[in-house]
Write a protein that binds this ligand. Structure first.
Ligand SMILES: [Zn+2]
Length: 107
């Protein structure tokens, strides 16, 4: 189920890229001042859009709202660990397969 997060993230990047292009168009057609204001509105809108999406996604994984606050665009929710002893994926403090707590993060 974690696999669903990655394409979502790419979509968000594309969304931000598209919005940047839009903001350039705004500035071009409406002049600097109006373009600047439209950029601000757009940017705040994007932040709220992403945060509301993230909080929905994270809530389904059981995260609290406080942890979402610091996690804006950091992608930390995708962090996984791999066991150094047996190589299997580790969720939580120690490996469920062999009991080792030696682990390395997977990026
Ligand atoms: Zn292990």
């Amino acid at each position: 189920m974690n696999g669903n997060l990655k394409p979502d993230w790419i979509k968000q990047l594309l969304f931000i890229g598209g919005s940047l292009g839009l903001s350039l168009l705004f500035t071009y057609f409406f002049g600097f001042f109006v373009g600047f204001i439209l950029n601000l509105v757009l940017f705040v809108g994007i932040i709220f859009y992403i945060r509301s999406r993230q909080s929905k996604a994270l809530k389904s994984f059981g995260f609290s709202d406080e942890r979402i606050g610091g996690g804006f665009l950091s992608g930390r929710t995708e962090l996984k660990y791999s066991c150094l002893s047996c190589g299997s994926e580790v969720k939580g403090a120690r490996c469920k397969k062999c009991g080792s707590n030696m682990k390395k993060p997977l990026f």
